[in-house]
Ligand binder design. Structure first.
Ligand code: UD1
Ligand code: MG
Length: 458
């Protein structure tokens, strides 16, 4: 079932080289263009510092520009195999036997770039104009149409494996059909917005993107044609990986098939430079921040994850990497959907005397409705928020803002900003470890596939 190592790996080395360049460029350009951003009024005040000097904002635009330009420059390298095939065919005059140019893969690549560009544009417009929620939500959905069309063109999988308890109703495999496409388009709007609502402390936005990108890379590495002995344990898990990735159950498509390798190579081409720009930007955004990412960084990174998840067919695994973001989103829902007042900023409260962060509060100007009280009391009973109740009437008049950052402060106590961002990073990493952070480690596999086995039998 093993195939011989496939040659497109040289392009991977090129991608690695491009990424080093992206890292150096980001490190250098971010501070160099800072004054120009301030001059263009792209600046923000750090809400959690005493120092109120303006800091250049939306510098995610620099990251997005470097990232997208390098991805465009990389196109000929990604297809170097086909290019050399064509060249050789001419030399030997055996033009008939030459394989066709992989137009499909080119359309995967180009549609991905298109989505990234729209995300960058949306993010930047949001930075400049503060776009309303009702306009922000649908735009990434529309931006995902090229991705979905390409997915459809390849007759991408729309099946999901049904958890054992529900199998007597639905059977083992359920074809979601159009619903699966709706899921994928919602993924793009979720990925972009979920980083943006988990923001406001130095390093928060970029560290989420960095850790998820690293996890995606480790996931991709598992699918590359490694030397035989290393692949043996992977092979044992082959069928299961199949279900996740291709959904094609035929025995012919063994683990490590060309198609799988190509998809994960594609994902690597997009994720390696992503890690590079994130590391470069993080250097300047780390506490105390000298540059702010703006919504641009949140949108472009989020869209990049949606792109690789959809195009490399692991959109369900991807969602597992987003568990902290899903938690933050669910926690935020009462504020996002207007049940609980949502102030312009929900960042924790900074106490200048102790230099510590405390949970920030939202105030009820009028008594909350029955539904709101019910939701808040449930959240409070679960330890997710802290309520202040009017001593006379018993109605709620203050609640902690419903974000994961305030939740950490509530559970772990007040802490400095740097500790809070480290806590956030830890939670993201712990979440991703049980999936597969330690590449190739048997432990990661046992946990990932072992746990999956509880719900989905072999
Ligand atoms: C989202 C959040 C908002 C949070 C804000 C902070 C929701 C619904 N919205 O709004 O609650 O307060 O992000 O990013 O959850 N800032 C800092 N330190 C940082 C990063 C940002 O103080 O490390 C401040 C700066 O003043 C900066 C501003 O946040 O100018 C950026 O906020 P913006 O991205 O415009 O807020 P939203 O995305 O609309
Ligand atoms: Mg923002």
């Amino acid at each position: 079932p093993f195939i011989e190592p496939i040659p497109p790996l040289p392009a991977l080395y090129t991608s690695f080289g491009f990424s080093i360049f992206a890292l150096l460029a980001t490190l250098y350009i971010i501070p160099a263009v800072g004054p120009a951003f301030i001059k263009a009024n792209l600046k923000g005040i750090d809400l959690l510092k005493n120092d109120k000097t303006p800091i250049p904002e939306s510098q995610g635009l620099v990251c997005a520009s470097i990232y997208i330009l390098l991805l465009i420059l990389f196109i000929p390298f990604a297809f170097s195999d086909s290019i050399s095939n064509f060249a050789n065919a001419k030399k030997t005059r055996e033009g008939i036997s030459v394989t066709e140019f992989p137009h499909y893969q080119l359309s995967v690549y180009l549609s991905s770039l298109l989505s990234l560009l729209i995300a960058t544009m949306l993010g930047f417009l949001d930075d400049v104009f503060d776009i309303r929620w009702r306009h922000k939500i649908p735009i990434p959905i529309i931006a995902s149409i090229p991705l979905l069309m390409v997915y459809y063109a390849e007759r991408g999988n729309t099946h999901v494996v049904v958890p054992i308890p529900l199998r007597f109703i639905f059977g083992t495999l359920l074809d979601l059909g159009p619903l699966y496409y709706i899921y994928m388009s919602l993924l793009s709007t979720f990925a972009t917005n979920s980083f943006n609502i988990l923001a406001g402390i130095n390093g928060a936005e970029v560290s989420q993107a960095l850790i998820i990108a690293l996890s995606v890379i480790l996931n991709d590495l598992l699918y590359l044609p490694w030397p035989l002995d290393f692949r043996i344990p992977l092979h044992l898990l082959g069928n299961r990986a199949e279900v996740e990735v291709g959904g094609v159950w035929s025995a012919g498509m063994a683990y490590g098939s060309q198609e799988l390798v190509e998809r994960h190579l594609f994902s690597l081409y997009f994720m390696l430079p992503m890690v590079a720009v994130c590391v470069g930007f993080m250097y300047h955004n780390w506490y105390p921040a000298r540059a702010f990412p703006g919504d641009t960084l949140c949108y472009v990174t989020g869209m990049a994850f949606a792109v690789v998840g959809i195009q490399a067919h692991f959109s369900k695994t991807l969602l597992l990497f987003f568990i902290p973001q899903i938690f933050n989103f669910l926690l935020s829902c009462p504020q996002l959907f207007g049940l609980v007042p949502c102030p312009r900023h929900r960042v924790p409260r900074f106490d200048p005397d102790t230099n510590l962060l405390y949970p920030s509060k939202t105030l009820f100007l009028k008594p909350p409705s029955k539904l709101t009280s019910f939701v808040l009391r449930t959240f409070s009973a679960l330890g997710l928020t802290d309520l202040t109740v009017h001593p006379g009437t018993g109605s709620i008049f203050e609640a902690n803002n419903l974000t994961i950052l305030n939740f950490f402060l509530l559970r772990l106590g007040p802490m400095p900003e740097k500790r809070l961002v480290q806590t956030l990073m830890c939670s993201q990493r712990i979440n991703n470890i049980w999936l597969l952070e330690v590449a190739g480690s048997v432990l990661a596999f046992t946990v990932r596939y072992g746990l999956a086995g509880l719900v989905y039998d072999g």
